[in-house]
Design a protein around this ligand. Structure first.
Ligand code: FES
Length: 88
């Protein structure tokens, strides 16, 4: 059985502190963006608290290991779109 593994993963913390700062809405928008693009090379995954609550909302792009702290939703959407359109 073959399991699909995306090239990039957008990990969004949906712990309580991040959620209070708009992470859930951001997650929904990233999910919608990816669904609309029909790409399989980028996936979004929600996580529990990543223990960086002082910097909420927090997220990361893997395997790039690029973290965004106190991010703005547009910043996440822009960087996700960049991964979607980036040539492999
Ligand atoms: S709730 Fe997101 S880092 Fe703690």
């Amino acid at each position: 059985m073959k399991v699909h593994t995306p090239d990039h993963i957008v990990y969004l913390c949906l712990g309580s502190k991040c959620e209070k700062k708009g992470a859930k809405e951001c997650y929904k928008k990233v999910k919608k963006l990816l669904k609309g693009s029909k790409t399989k090379k980028v996936e979004v995954i929600k996580t529990e608290c990543t223990d960086r609550c002082d910097y909420a909302p927090v997220m990361s792009f893997q395997p790039e290991n690029k973290w965004l702290i106190t991010y703005k939703q547009d910043e996440v959407l822009e960087k996700t779109l960049h991964l979607v359109t980036k040539k492999s």
